[in-house]
Each structure stands twice: as C-alpha cells, then as structure tokens.
Design a protein around this ligand. Structure first.
Ligand code: OOG
Ligand code: NI
Length: 316
C-alpha cells in the first residue's frame, strides 16, 4: 500500500511512541463497527480474501450533534492531537449539516499493514446544525447532550467502547427526530460510533481496483448498494468515484422498554483517479498524492442516504 501524502506546508508527523496507542484506538472503534455490522464485516472479509489480506482505508467517518460542545470538534481533537490537519468544509443546507475533513500526518510506522494498520486514513466528521431544527427536536437533542455531563470530552472513548455518552432515549423521541432528520435520529442512537470505513479501491491489487467491477462483485455476492442518485457517485471532474452499501440495522432497546430495529453503519468504496498533471507517470510511480484528494458535496449528500429509511426499506 502506498500512503496518502501531504502538501509540504502541511506536513506534520505523529510521535512514534503515540502511534501504537492511536492505532489501538482506531482498532477498537473498528471492532465495535465490525461486531455491529455484519454486512460491513462480510464485505471486508470477502475483499480481504480476494486481495490476499491487504487493503487500505480511504477514510473513516463520524456523525455528531453541533450543539453544547458535541459537534465536529469533540471528535476532531483526537485526530488533531495525533498529527492530522484540518482541510475543507462541506455544507449541506437542505440536510442542515456541515462537515470537515482531515488529512493524516506524514507517513510513519506500520504503513505497509492492512486496514487500520495500513496508511492512516483521511477522517470525515459531520455535524447537525441543531439551531436550525424545530423547537421539539432541539429540546430532545439538548436534553441528551446536556444530561451526559462532560461526555463530549470523551468522544473517542465513547466510539472505541461502543457506548453512548448519554442515556438511551424514548422511542417517541427517536421518532420525532427521524420525522425531521434521519441524521439526527441516527446520531441519537449511535452517537460517536464509526459511521463507515471506506475501502480505497485504486490501492487494491486485483481487478477489484476498478470501482465498477468492485460494485458488481459486491452485488453479485448478494449485498445491496445505496442507489440514491445512481449507485456510482462521480465528482464533476470525474476523478473521485464513490459507492456504498445500504446500512445494516440493529435491534435497539429504548428507555421505555420498546425494542425496535434502527439503522446502524455501512461500508463505502472510493476510487481516486490520477490528476491530469500526473498523467505521464507510469502506474508504479503513482503515489496517493498524485490522485484526486478531498470530498465532493453532491456525492456526499447522496452517501448520507445510506442510512435512510428509503434505502433500508428498498426491495433488493
Ligand atoms: C457521511 C456521508 C458522506 C463521503 O465520503 O462523502 C461521505 C455520512 O453518512 O455520515 O461519507
Ligand atoms: Ni465517506
């Protein structure tokens, strides 16, 4: 695996002594994710088996409530402390969301491993613009974030333990949020849990490096892909191509004793093509920094729908 690279001006590094701990935190987040999401686990196992146990993550993603210190910053602090650099903001006015992405520190140890032990992934963190929600929805979100005390300081711990920092809500509160923002309802019951990991397809070794072939392989293996706006989401420059599964759902026991199935997490695939100015490079000389970087708001807008009722309810 080749590693994501940095612009020279943004080059930062991770302390050697801290790296094993940092990767351990990511590994715990991933293990919570794999235990809860059988589709993500099965697909990772499948791709691993075809690819001789080597794959790279393009990015990891988290969702947050932008209120009371529970927003993007609460999860970003771990990554900033371990050498990540804040990059562009993305805005989703219709969904009342914003997001920031973070690029990883300059390459260091263990980047020849697979997954979490490979090159460190980009990080995508979004937040709900809570102030723009209805009074009823705001009241519920404020109730749970406020009642959790200083839970926002422990976002990464919450994610790696797989425990909410707030109490479980009532089913009616989940429904109120879901009627206004499926993102809000997801975040109320999943909190800081890893929302998805993304396989970097161009860094695969077999025919699956072509995202269209990977999509076909995933569907032929019996898994459903998010069809919102078409399965393949392509950036206007054509250089960032993404697809994702429909999220798994999980049985959740609400505080009033009602148990209902709620959306959990999904897995994404991303192919980043070589930038036009590096077209002359031979395949073996192409590094991650020669490829399209960043994210694309129109594609992201559709990828958010991977946890939507509409996608989960679709007949295959
Ligand atoms: C994030 C959706 C956007 C991407 O790579 O553009 C995204 C989410 O569902 O929280 O993952
Ligand atoms: Ni993503």
């Amino acid at each position: 695996c080749s590693s994501p690279s940095q612009h020279a001006s943004q080059r930062s590094s991770i302390q050697v002594g801290g790296e094993a701990f940092f990767r351990g935190v990511l590994e715990s987040m991933q293990s919570v994710y794999l235990n809860r999401n059988p589709t993500a686990k099965a697909i990772l196992d499948l791709v691993h088996s075809v690819e001789n146990n080597s794959l790279c993550y393009d990015h990891l993603a988290f969702r947050t409530f932008g209120v009371n210190g529970y927003g993007i910053d609460s999860m970003a602090s771990l990554f900033l402390d371990y050498g990540y650099t804040q990059r562009e903001e993305l805005r989703f006015p219709a969904k009342k969301l914003r997001a920031l992405w973070f690029s990883p520190p300059a390459d260091s140890l263990a980047s020849s491993g697979s997954g979490i032990n490979g090159p460190l992934p980009r990080i995508f963190i979004s937040e709900l613009l809570v102030d723009q929600m209805s009074p009823q929805t705001q009241a519920i979100i404020r109730k749970y974030t406020q009642s959790s005390g200083d839970g926002n300081k422990y976002a990464a711990l919450s994610s790696s333990l797989g425990r909410l920092t707030w109490e479980k809500p009532l089913y009616s509160e989940f429904q109120q949020l879901a009627s206004e923002s499926e993102y809000a309802a997801w975040t109320l019951v999943n909190g800081y849990a890893l929302n998805h990991v993304t396989i970097s397809t161009h860094r695969l070794k077999t025919h699956l490096k072509d995202i269209k072939k990977l999509n076909q392989f995933i569907e032929d293996s019996g898994f459903r892909l998010n069809s919102e706006g078409g399965v393949l989401k392509v950036s206007p420059d054509g250089l960032l191509q993404q697809s994702s599964t429909v999220a798994d759902s999980i049985s959740f026991q609400f505080s009033d004793g009602i148990t209902e199935s709620v959306p959990c997490s999904y897995i994404e695939f991303a192919e980043r093509l070589v930038l036009p100015q590096y077209k002359y490079l031979s395949d073996t000389n192409v590094k991650e920094f020669h490829r399209r970087d960043g994210f694309e708001v129109a594609s992201a807008d559709k990828i958010f729908e991977s946890t939507s009722k509409e996608q989960l309810g679709r007949v295959a």
